[in-house]
Design a binder for this molecule. Structure first.
Ligand SMILES: NC(=O)c1ccc[n+]([C@@H]2O[C@H](COP(=O)([O-])OP(=O)(O)OC[C@H]3O[C@@H](n4cnc5c(N)ncnc54)[C@H](O)[C@@H]3O)[C@@H](O)[C@H]2O)c1
Length: 384
C-alpha cells in the first residue's frame, strides 16, 4: 500500500527526526530501534513498510530540512554522519513541502490545504494519505457554538471569524480530502463533535492525542503498579525541564496549560482518584531537546506506613517521538485499509490523552494494540 505521510510542522524537530530516521532505516544505515511496528508482535503484511512511505508537509517556517537536520545533529539529537548520508533524499522531500495555507476566511485556507493534499496523493499515486500534526502546541481552544454541528461549522468557516484553531482546521481539511489524521500534540485537532461527524461522513480514521514519550509513559507503567498492589498514592508531582522549539512554545501560559492537563489526566483514570500534586514544565534553552523530568511520588502502605519514590528521566524528546510518528502513520493507514472508520481507540498505547474509551495502563494498551493488528491477520505471537 503506497502511503503518504503529510507532516504538519514538517520543519520542526520531531518531523525532521522522523524524516531522517525513516530515510536512514530504509537505506539500512540504522536499525529501527524505537519503532514498535517493527516488533514481532506487530509485524503484519497489513502495515505498510517504511519503504512504502512518501513524505510531504506544511510549515509556517522556511528553514530548509537539511539545515534543520544539521542543527539537530549539532544538538546531539541526530548522528551527524547519517544526516550527511540522507541529505540528497531530504532535499527530495523538501520539494513536496508547502507553506502553511492561509486565506481571507478559514474556508479558503481549508480549500488550499485540501488542494495541497489532493495534489500530493495524485502526484505520488498514493493509496492512503495520513496527516500527522507535529506542529507547535496551541493554547486550549475557545469553545464556539459551531463546533457542535458540521453544517453550522461549514457556514461559520465562510465568515471572517476565526472559528477553528489551526490544528482543527488541518483535521477538517484532512477529512475533507479523504485522509486519515493523527493528533500527536495536545492541541484540539479532531476532538470536536462537528469533526467527528465529518470523519464519519468521509469514511476516514483518526487517532490522538499527544504522543506519550517520557514522564507520562513512566506514569502509565508505575501508576498501575501502585493500583495493583493496593498502595495509596498520596501525591505525584513532576517538574519537566526542556529547551528546543517545544520548550520555548510551552512557556506560553495557554500551551503550557494544555500540556499539563494532558499529563495529569492519567492518574485519575488509572488510580480512580486524583492524588495531590501537579506537573510543571520549565524552559531551559541550553538543554535543547534533551529533556529532564523529576518526579516525586509519596504513598502509604499497610497500616499507613509512609514511603516515597523518586525518579529522574533524561530523554531525547525528538528521538523518542520520531519512531512513534512513523508507527502511527503506518497503523492509521493500515486501519483505514482494513475498513476502520472514525477514531481508533486501540492506538491509545501511543498517547497521553487517548481518544475514546479504553485503558490508560500501558500493559493493557499494548494488549489492545496487539489484538487490533492480529485482527488484520498474520502478526506473529507476542515475543515470537
Ligand atoms: N517530542 C516529544 O516527545 C513530543 C511528545 C508529545 C507531543 N509532542 C508535540 O509535538 C509537537 C512538535 O514538537 P517539536 O519539538 O518538533 O516542536 P518544534 O517547535 O521543533 O516544531 C514545531 C513546528 O511547527 C511549525 N508550526 C507552527 N505552527 C504551524 C502551523 N499553523 N502550520 C504548520 N506548521 C506550524 C513550526 O514552524 C515548527 O517548525 C509539539 O506540539 C509537541 O508538544 C512532542
Amino acid at each position: 500500500v503506497r502511503t503518504g505521510v503529510w507532516l504538519v510542522g514538517a520543519r520542526g524537530s520531531v518531523a525532521v527526526s522522523s524524516l531522517v530516521g525513516a530515510l536512514a532505516v530504509r537505506a539500512s544505515l540504522a536499525e529501527p530501534v524505537g519503532c514498535v511496528t517493527e516488533l514481532p508482535a506487530l509485524r503484519s503484511p497489513a502495515v505498510p513498510g517504511l519503504s512504502d512511505l512518501t513524505f510531504g508537509g506544511h510549515d509556517v517556517a522556511v528553514l530548509r530540512l537539511v539545515k534543520k537536520a544539521e542543527a539537530l545533529a549539532a544538538g546531539g539529537v541526530l548522528p551527524p554522519p547519517i544526516v550527511g548520508l540522507v541529505a540528497a533524499e531530504l532535499a527530495e522531500v523538501e520539494s513536496a513541502l508547502r507553506p502553511a495555507p492561509t486565506g481571507r476566511t478559514q474556508a479558503e485556507a481549508a480549500h488550499r490545504t485540501i488542494a495541497d493534499l489532493t495534489e500530493f496523493r495524485h502526484d505520488h499515486r498514493l493509496d492512503e494519505v495520513v496527516v500527522v500534526n507535529v506542529s507547535s502546541t496551541e493554547p486550549a481552544a475557545v469553545a464556539h457554538g459551531a463546533h457542535a454541528d458540521l453544517a453550522a461549522l461549514q457556514a461559520a468557516l465562510e465568515t471572517t471569524e476565526t472559528v477553528l484553531p489551526a490544528s482543527s482546521l488541518y483535521a477538517y481539511a484532512a477529512f475533507s480530502a479523504g485522509c486519515g489524521y493523527v493528533e500527536f500534540t495536545p492541541s484540539t485537532g479532531p476532538r470536536l463533535p462537528a469533526l467527528a461527524q465529518l470523519a464519519e461522513q468521509a469514511g476516514v480514521t483518526y487517532a490522538g492525542c499527544d504522543g506519550k514519550t517520557g514522564e507520562t509513559l513512566l506514569k502509565s507503567v508505575l501508576a498501575p503498579m501502585f493500583a495493583m498492589r493496593n498502595l495509596r498514592v498520596q501525591s505525584w508531582s513532576g517538574i519537566n525541564l526542556l529547551g528546543g522549539g517545544d520548550g520555548a512554545n510551552l512557556v506560553q501560559p495557554g500551551s503550557n496549560a494544555a500540556k499539563v492537563a494532558s499529563k495529569q489526566r492519567l492518574l485519575q483514570e488509572v488510580l480512580g482518584y486524583q492524588p495531590e500534586g501537579n506537573t510543571r514544565i520549565d524552559y531551559v534553552p541550553d538543554i535543547g531537546d534533551l529533556k529532564t523530568a523529576w518526579d516525586l511520588v509519596t504513598f502509604s502502605g499497610f497500616l499507613g506506613t509512609r514511603m516515597r519514590l523518586e525518579f529522574t528521566w533524561h530523554g531525547c524528546d525528538s528521538a523518542l517521538a520520531a519512531p512513534l510518528v512513523l508507527d502511527l502513520a503506518r497503523l492509521t493507514a493500515a486501519a483505514h485499509a482494513a475498513g476502520a472508520r472514525g477514531p481508533i481507540p486501540e492506538l491509545g498505547f501511543f498517547f497521553k490523552d487517548p481518544l475514546g474509551p479504553g485503558p490508560h495502563a500501558l500493559a493493557d494498551q499494548w494488549t489492545r494494540l496487539c489484538d487490533l493488528v492480529a485482527g488484520w491477520g498474520a502478526a506473529d505471537a507476542l515475543g515470537a
